[in-house]
Design a protein around this ligand. Structure first.
Ligand code: CA
Ligand code: CA
Length: 396
């Protein structure tokens, strides 16, 4: 495969690159799906548990303090492989002054809910009674809910919504602009009731198009990020039967792009299977998947795939590992593979498999990598769905 052939040369060029490792920051979580910090607060990490609970890790210590319990409204209990529950959190950029926390979850009636909450007088407790719903959208199927949210460099809130679910995008949601499924949305939470649509959104003046839409043709972007230095956008779009993909858009071009789904899966025609329209944005990187990855793990199938569900990560912009400055980290949820590359002129360079190097959990079991996280200093974390949060560090 191309990642194994053409990346031999950079290894020689970068042979003085330090090795990576990881340290466990905390464990004992139940199905954690995200970790982040609040702006202006370098002491606490916030960890989302899918069942509807948010916990705090303080000063890197293995103490899990309860920040919020929303199990009264978040979908639970979780079935095996359940894609519902608490999925995303974004602190308002002015969190220190306004205390606004935005959450994305699937509620007990299978609606996607995007809400704003206030922190309480106690900075270690969310005011769960302060919920103000911004978006409420009935999900047609239980899977492909997206869920990630992040404030962009422009202060707008960006929200991922999957294609709605089942398989093959049966309603062709992602290609149609009259609905919010299979999209990244861009909204202004500082104006309007409950929000407003920025004037420069790509489809704001188009008839029969939802003004919230920023990017479309996406299947299920579980995690995406802005490069905090350049504003470039990296999206991990989870694949169907064959291909997982990382999508990339430079900051100056971002907005209005079609990423191809369901016409294409990665670089390949999906519907129709041949002679499809290939004019959408093709992935910067793809790798083969297998929805039955467990078969691979148990030896019943050829181990010829790299995973089953991509977990988009971050471009490293921290200080502790300067040799990795500008390197993008991402992973596969099922295989626990962790990879890095550097984007140069829209192309992947310096591609590396870092799984053994980072060596989560001492390499003793398969990690289910549900998310990456980035702290205020730009250091990166990995969330293992089995219950632990790790920090990526330089090997001594
Ligand atoms: Ca769904
Ligand atoms: Ca695509």
């Amino acid at each position: 495969m191309f990642n194994r052939i053409i990346y031999l040369i950079p290894i020689l060029v970068f042979s003085n690159e330090p090795k990576l490792s990881s340290i466990k920051i905390s464990d004992g979580f139940t199905k954690p799906v995200y970790v982040c910090q609040a702006p202006g607060d370098n002491e606490r990490l916030f960890v989302l548990e899918q069942k509807g609970v948010i916990k705090i890790i303080k000063n890197g210590k293995n103490v899990r303090k309860l920040f919020a319990d929303l199990r009264d409204r978040v979908h639970n209990p979780l079935m095996p492989g359940d894609e519902r529950g608490l999925l995303g959190l974004a602190f308002h950029p002015n969190y220190q002054s306004n205390g606004f926390v935005f959450l994305n979850y699937i509620d007990k009636d299978d609606y996607t809910i995007v809400s704003r909450f206030n922190v309480s007088i106690n900075p270690n407790l969310l005011d769960t009674a302060s919920e103000k719903i911004l978006i409420r959208l009935k999900q047609p199927f239980s899977n492909h809910n997206g869920g990630h949210m992040v404030f962009g460099p422009d202060g707008y809130l960006y929200i991922s919504l999957g294609d709605g679910g089942k398989w093959g995008d049966p309603f062709n949601h992602a290609q149609q602009l009259d609905n919010l499924f299979g999209k990244i949305l861009r909204i202004d939470v500082d104006n309007g009731k409950p929000y407003s649509i920025p004037n420069d959104n790509p489809f704001v003046n188009e008839e029969n198009a939802k003004g919230e839409i920023w990017l479309y043709g996406l299947r299920n972007v579980w995690r995406f990020s802005f490069d905090r230095e350049t504003g470039d956008v990296y999206l991990g779009d989870v694949g169907q039967d064959m291909w997982e993909e990382i999508d990339f858009i430079p900051a100056e071009e971002a907005g209005g792009q079609n990423f191809g789904w369901r016409i294409m899966e990665g670089n390949h025609c999906y519907n129709p299977k041949e002679n499809c329209d290939t004019t959408g944005v093709l992935p910067i990187f793809e790798y083969p998947n297998d929805a039955n990855y467990m078969k691979v793990l148990t030896g019943f199938d050829e181990p010829n795939v790299d995973g089953c569900s991509v977990t988009g990560g971050y471009v490293y912009r921290g200080k502790n590992i300067p040799e990795f400055y500008g390197t993008y980290f991402f992973a596969d949820y099922c295989s626990g593979n962790i990879w890095t590359f550097k984007e140069v002129n829209g192309k992947v360079t310096h591609f590396q498999n870092r799984t053994d190097e980072i060596n989560l959990g001492g390499g003793t079991f398969t990690n289910y990598i549900s998310s990456f996280g980035e702290d205020n200093d730009g250091e990166l974390y990995i969330v293992d769905y089995n219950g632990a949060v790790y920090k990526i560090i330089k090997k001594d």
